[in-house]
Design a protein around this ligand. Structure first.
Ligand code: CDP
Ligand code: CDP
Length: 213
């Protein structure tokens, strides 16, 4: 069973996807980490003619060693860098095979990101598109960073998230839109447990429907 989970920044898709992976005992991949790792690799050189080439080279050279510094990878600034490298078609192409192979593991997998249901696994058994209003998303991300001891400027964070969402939605290569067959789940008013229960109900319902058809 392949489960695709997409949605905007801090919508709760990662928490939900890892909860689903635990529930169904499936391997889980946070694809945002790949773009974040490429962004980190080219931090400090995001302007100028060499930027695209450096980002493409970093995407081609990416391996597990680049995915270990979770604190640097998950920082808010790294998210902005990630969205800048994510608009480069060759970067997306370089990251495609790893994500596609992950999705095609024998038991299946859960992946979360922006283009899982549209591009990486358009054949996924269940697709979820997670939404939450932007103030709720900013507040969640703020608390998440504060829990790690980081100081947060909420005004700056709100604008960073808006800037990133806008860039992602205009990304001509990103496929960041709800797939026609994705189930929309708005988590604005749901806590983590309630969101997970709702997602499990959707997955179970979809799989039962497939088995019956
Ligand atoms: O992966 P994504 O950026 O979409 O979001 P996340 O990292 O899963 O969630 C961002 C923060 O919101 C985390 O600290 C979650 O614990 C929290 N969260 C929440 O408060 N309520 C939810 N329904 C989902 C996530
Ligand atoms: O967790 P959050 O939603 O804040 O960000 P993320 O999922 O770690 O993704 C960081 C950035 O990488 C996004 O803003 C996108 O620009 C890019 N990304 C993408 O283009 N395609 C994906 N499948 C995942 C992330």
């Amino acid at each position: 069973m392949i489960i695709a989970v997409d949605g905007p920044a801090a919508s709760g898709k990662g928490t939900l996807a890892s909860g689903l992976a635990r529930h169904y005992r499936l391997p889980y991949l946070d694809t945002g980490l790949l773009y974040r790792a490429v962004g980190l690799a080219v931090a400090g050189q995001t302007e100028g003619p060499g930027f695209e080439a450096a980002a493409i080279a970093a995407a081609k050279a990416l391996d597990a060693a680049h995915l270990t510094d979770i604190e640097a990878l998950t920082a808010a600034d790294t998210g902005v860098l990630a969205s800048k490298v994510a608009v480069i078609a060759e970067v997306r192409k370089a990251l495609f095979d790893f994500q596609r192979s992950f999705a095609l593991q024998p038991d299946g997998a859960v992946l979360d990101g922006r283009d899982i249901g549209t591009t990486i696994a358009p054949d996924a058994d269940v697709k979820l598109f997670i939404q939450a209003d932007s103030k709720a998303r900013m507040e969640r991300r703020a608390r998440q960073l504060e829990a790690r001891g980081q100081e947060v400027d909420r005004y700056a964070l709100y604008h960073q998230i808006e800037e990133r969402d806008a860039r992602d939605m205009q990304n001509p290569y990103g496929g960041f839109y709800k797939a026609d067959d994705a189930h929309l789940l708005d988590t604005t008013l749901l806590d983590i447990e309630a969101a997970l229960r709702a997602a499990i109900a959707i997955v179970d319902g979809t799989m039962a429907g497939k088995a019956g058809s």
